[in-house]
Design a protein around this ligand. Sequence first.
Ligand code: SAH
Ligand code: SF4
Ligand code: F3S
Length: 446
Amino acid sequence: MRNTKQPKTYRVKSFGCQMNVYDGERMGELLTEQGITPAPEGEDADLVVLNTCHIREKAAEKVYSDIGRLTKGKTQKKAPMIAVAGCVAQAEGEEIMARSPAVSMVVGPQAYHRLPEMIDSAVTGKRVTDTDMPADAKFAALPKRRKSAPSAFLTIQEGCDKFCTYCVVPYTRGAEISRPYVALVDEAKMLVDGGAREITLLGQNVSAWSGEDDKGRAIGMAGLIRAIAAIPDVARIRYMTSHPADMDEDLISAHGEVSKLMPFLHLPVQSGNDRILKAMNRSHSAEGYLKLLERFRAARPDLALSGDFIVGFPGETDAEFEDTLKIVDAVGYAQAFSFKYSPRPGTPAATMEDQIPMEIMDERLQRLQASLRRDQQAFNDASIGKTCEVLVERKGKLDGQWLGKSPWLQSVHFTADVAVGDVVTAELIQAGQNSLGARILDSATT
Ligand code: SAH
Ligand code: SF4
Ligand code: F3S
């Protein structure tokens, strides 16, 4: 049965990328402004927003199992009003409505500013779908931001025009749009006023951002980074995700000049083989990618690298997969994400011949991940003895323990007398696979 009671409390569950998390936070702020408050941890919520991801089959399936668990009383005692948001909502809105009668609202990633009106309809028993595009209206209609975590996300660019043949994002998020400079500088100021020290600029193709500064001059992402770095309370800037095709000289130089821009670059290559890259429509070669990284490393020698990889793209031979292992060896990533190819409805790769059997994908993923783990451990081991700044993000599990991030995006744990949001000087003294231990040298905040 569908719940049509006027909701007093909400919970947003985000399943996807950083932009999906950003959207989830914004939906929460929007609902709070309507007088609907976040449900306390462990208590039932009257309204549950499932903020879904469509990128791989497993991620997309989660929405149906979650709806089932919510309606059968497995997640909470009383069934809530359910809204399905995010990229699955965009791609399969009608199907969700048909398959799941318990769902009251389906709202796409570019339409969620209309959530309050949709709730008004839902309480009258009317089911509503809104998957309109594009995104430009959304940001202007969202409430001002008040509270932020020490590390906050700021979406500067949305959508994708690259059409990699395996990927749903151009269909679920629409065409590339850049948010205006003034709105972004304002939002960055609001974030630091609300407690943020680090701002991560987000976009599906973040370095494709372009705009005009307050004097009407055309600028790219490097110009925007410089403007945000000029805000005194911003301590750190990061950005993700970039496509190798959009990395220009100005951005490379910014890595050498802007001290607040952290020495970390997430630049997915996907495969180390040129035939596969071409079939993926990636527009870069393995060698071109390596040359680009050399230029970044020349500008910022201590740059840590991160990437995304897909194994088992249709037609990938053993030898072609070996090229991916070779590029991993050549780069030495500090961290990386790797996935088995997942055919997505409506994408060109889904109907390509020679889909790779699951056992082969499993084996390739294991080999790739062994290499990536080895390099991550090596990167962490090489950090021992370094002195760096750490942004304190939250309390750890142990008494007196705190967790934070190094400039190279490593998780760092330590015991000291600090507060959330402090930037402290630390010596890295112990390295695990996914985190480092540190000794705080100077906890005077900067
Ligand atoms: N815009 C970013 C990332 C988008 S999605 C970029 O261009 O790199 C995040 C990652 O998911 C991708 O980098 C890719 O590695 C992975 N991915 C996307 N579609 C996929 C698919 N169909 N199967 C498996 N992995 C996929
Ligand atoms: Fe997807 Fe490619 Fe666009 Fe990244 S660049 S979002 S992988 S289509
Ligand atoms: Fe997933 Fe949509 Fe992000 S498909 S990865 S939530 S853009």
